[in-house]
Design a protein around this ligand. Structure first.
Ligand code: ADP
Ligand code: SF4
Length: 717
């Protein structure tokens, strides 16, 4: 299918000072857990995006000095010659695919808590960091300001030496230039504080210095044009788009080649907005002001996955270039697919922010729900669009369960060329738990996990999907497959067992009419009384989502959680504040830091986790959201009967996804592709060795190959 003519504009080159961007796709800076200390991962991860057509591909925040250290969070660094060498690999991998390599030059000011380097930080004024305990900084003298400007220029020169084409000065999220600009962080009374012109002085001088020494790279700014009203932003002490946002752009425009515009503060859930709370292009109301103030190309972000939304943003004069972090993670080949008119192949980001949560956890390698190869390009050698063909295409395989894990596994097996794969599902529709979860309020985008995999299976593989077929033990023995994968999922507990009590909740038994779990309510239609107590002992979204749904359905809802606000993982996916506000708006009574210990005769006993004091909540119905248990009986039964299995011709069985261990969907899709990609290894249940990128004594490049002796586990005898 050819590309729609109206999408051609996305592939028009654009000049950025001395550089030319080949199209309008720009992977904005975002973290991946690699930094500059894992050069192989960094280069393969970013190079994959360039291969997929992204015209510009950036690092994450890249720190220029030792006093800008946010350890253990992982950013990259351009502090010395070693960093130059390591990051040059990333530049080479981007250049190999015709992309421009970009770096986000950052000084973290008081956000640099410097746990690793122990160097004290510097700032415009001595204001401790908002939420990082014990992080403060010295208010610089004029001499020290000169020094730090020089250090920025030196960082930029090192970046140029590494091969970067695009040098972005980061003026957002607690950086030195931003601290000078914002009244909230700049309390100086000299020529660097007070008036707007004074607060711009640091950045103008710095850009002038950079320009003086660098004329062969494009220089730009990443700038949140609006720091948003309270409670999500800085209110009057920050920047408003139509006021100082536009004024700052005008004040710097002659010194930059491009503007990478977003919104928000360190409270970055308003920028990386999840799909439950924000639509695609949700920042437009603020970012649209940038182009009116600038004569230079403007980049916008806003979870752009749909080419129609992209061209609208460009044609309406909102921006010139489509910026993306999450859409480029979920589909590194998004630009190529649009370019080639392969619209149905686009793997759209679902806006779940699991990728973000890995950073918030302190920077372990990135995970993505939609793209389980993300972060695995180097260490496992995985490619999101390429699959190693099987040598055994006629092997009869059954995959039981068509949830995210089973779909991903069957799809990958099919794409590897296994021709006799049967994906068998008990229900009338595929999707597993997403059949009903994607119908919860505002979870619609999550259905993309199912839809994309179904399209791939139906259009590109010989995998047979068989519905309405709940396999029992005998069926499995008679199914004729040599190898069987169980992706049979998990179920919400009916007893109140959870990691909080390590025990049952007295009286909690979901076979009683007044006690219910999420599946009973959403799938089987169990009725609830007027007053519903939602007991949320789970860390993620289900408890608060149940409270929201039940309140929307007209019940009087009390929501009780052990957490400070809502399930604590919601903080990591940046949904915590919005979710709590939503419950309050719906009139839900919330009880925090309490654990339910008994539910009997219409009275629930909750215990304050600090004081140990008991309180009673009256209810008509209980919604139990405690934990999930794997649905693995069939697998366990077979594993316990090796002779019957062998008589039936079954050579091996495997367990993946929630059926193995209940977790987030990203782990289900990962487990599905991992098994399918390693299906022909000696022991596919065990992960094949992967490259652990670390310092190896006397290592050569060869030691960092997947088949290198050094990563093999040697037997003891
Ligand atoms: P995951 O997230 O690990 O993919 P899900 O719970 O979303 O798990 O999906 C599991 C799927 O397996 C569900 O659609 C369920 O109906 C299906 N399933 C469970 N047991 C059987 C069985 N015995 N036969 C066929 N399908 C099954
Ligand atoms: Fe999008 Fe979720 Fe993947 Fe992040 S983890 S890129 S939000 S699908």
């Amino acid at each position: 299918m050819a590309r729609e003519k109206r999408h051609d504009i996305l592939f028009e080159p654009i000049k950025l000072g001395p550089k030319t961007l080949k199209n309008r796709f720009w992977q904005v800076p975002h973290c991946n857990g690699a930094g500059s200390d894992k050069p192989g991962m960094q280069a393969s991860f970013r190079g994959m995006k360039a291969e997929g057509g992204w015209g510009a591909v950036f690092t994450e925040v890249c720190f220029i000095t030792h006093d800008s250290d946010i350890h253990p969070w992982v950013g990259s660094k351009i502090i010395d010659e070693g960093d130059v060498r390591n990051l040059s690999l990333m530049c080479d991998s981007i250049h190999a695919h015709g992309g421009l390599a970009g770096v986000e030059l950052t000084h973290a000011t008081s956000f640099g808590f410097n746990a690793e380097t122990r160097e004290p930080a510097r700032a415009a004024s001595q204001i401790p960091h908002e939420f990082e305990p014990m992080a403060s900084a010295r208010a610089m003298t004029i001499k020290e300001i000169r020094q730090i400007q020089r250090e920025h220029v030196d960082g930029a020169l090192r970046a140029r030496a590494a091969g970067f084409d695009l040098l972005t000065l980061f003026v957002g999220l607690a950086t030195i230039p931003q601290h000078f600009l914002y009244r909230s962080h700049n309390k100086r009374t000299d020529e660097y504080g007070g008036s707007f012109e004074n607060r711009c002085r640091f950045t103008r001088e710095l850009l002038e210095m950079m320009r003086e020494e660098i004329d062969d790279c494009a220089i730009g700014i990443r700038f949140p044009i609006d720091t948003l009203p309270e409670p999500f932003g800085l209110g009057d002490l920050g920047t408003k788009a139509e006021d100082e946002g536009v004024a700052f752009i005008k004040a710097m425009d002659d010194l930059v080649d491009y503007w990478d515009i977003n919104i928000g503060t360190l409270n970055w859930g308003e920028d990386a907005g999840s799909s439950r709370f924000f639509d695609s292009n949700h920042q437009a109301q603020y970012t649209q002001h940038a182009k009116k103030a600038s004569k230079k190309p403007v980049i916008n972000v806003g979870r752009f996955t749909d080419p129609e939304v992209m061209i609208k943003a460009i044609n309406s004069g909102q921006c010139d270039i489509i910026g993306a972090a999450r859409p480029s993670i979920a589909d590194p080949f998004l630009p190529k697919k649009i370019e080639e008119g392969r619209y149905n192949d686009i793997r759209e980001c679902i806006g779940c922010n699991i990728c973000v949560s890995r950073w918030e956890k302190g920077g372990p390698p990135i995970w993505c729900t939609q793209n389980p190869t993300s972060g695995e390009e180097y260490r496992r050698g995985w490619h999101p669009e390429k699959y190693i063909p099987t040598k055994n295409p006629d092997l009869p395989i059954v995959v039981v369960g068509a949830g995210p894990a089973g779909l991903e596994c069957a799809m990958t097996l099919g794409l590897r060329g296994y021709n006799t794969v049967h994906l068998i599902e008990a229900e009338a529709e595929i999707g597993g738990h997403l059949r009903w979860v994607s119908k919860l309020p505002n979870f619609g985008a999550w259905k993309r996990v199912i839809d994309w995999r179904e399209t791939q299976i139906r259009t590109k593989t010989n995998v047979q999907i068989i519905l309405n077929n709940r396999l029992n033990y005998q069926d499995v023995l008679e199914c004729g497959a040599e190898r069987i994968v169980f992706a049979t999922g998990s179920n919400w507990d009916e007893t109140g067992m959870s990691s909080l009590l390590h025990d049952y909740i007295a009286g909690a038994d979901a076979s009683k009419p007044e006690i219910c779990n999420p599946e009973q309510y959403c799938v089987h239609g169990k009725k609830l009384g007027k007053r519903v107590l939602v007991i949320d002992n789970d860390p993620y979204y289900m408890g608060s989502a149940m409270a929201e749904l039940i309140a929307e359905n007209g019940h009087e809802v009390t929501y009780a959680t052990y957490g400070e606000t809502v399930g604590p993982y919601l903080r990591l996916v940046l949904e915590e504040q919005r979710m709590l506000m939503r419950l309050l708006e719906l009139g839900v009574t919330t009880i925090h830091q309490h654990v339910a210990v008994a539910v009997e005769n219409g009275n629930a006993t909750l215990v304050d986790i600090w004081k140990g004091e008991e309180m009673t909540v009256e209810y008509d119905s209980i919604m139990l959201v405690t934990h999930r248990t794997s649905n693995c009986d069939l697998y366990d039964q077979l594993q316990g009967s090796p002779d019957e299995m062998s008589n039936a011709g079954i050579k091996s069985i495997h367990l993946i996804g929630d059926a193995h261990t209940p977790n987030v969907i990203a782990q289900a899709t990962f487990s599905g592709t991992r098994l399918a990609r390693e299906f022909d290894s000696d022991n596919p249940d065990q992960h094949k060795p992967f490259i652990r990128e670390r310092r190896l004594i006397n290592a050569t490049e060869k030691d960092y190959q997947l088949d290198a002796e050094v990563i093999k586990v040697k037997p003891y005898h």
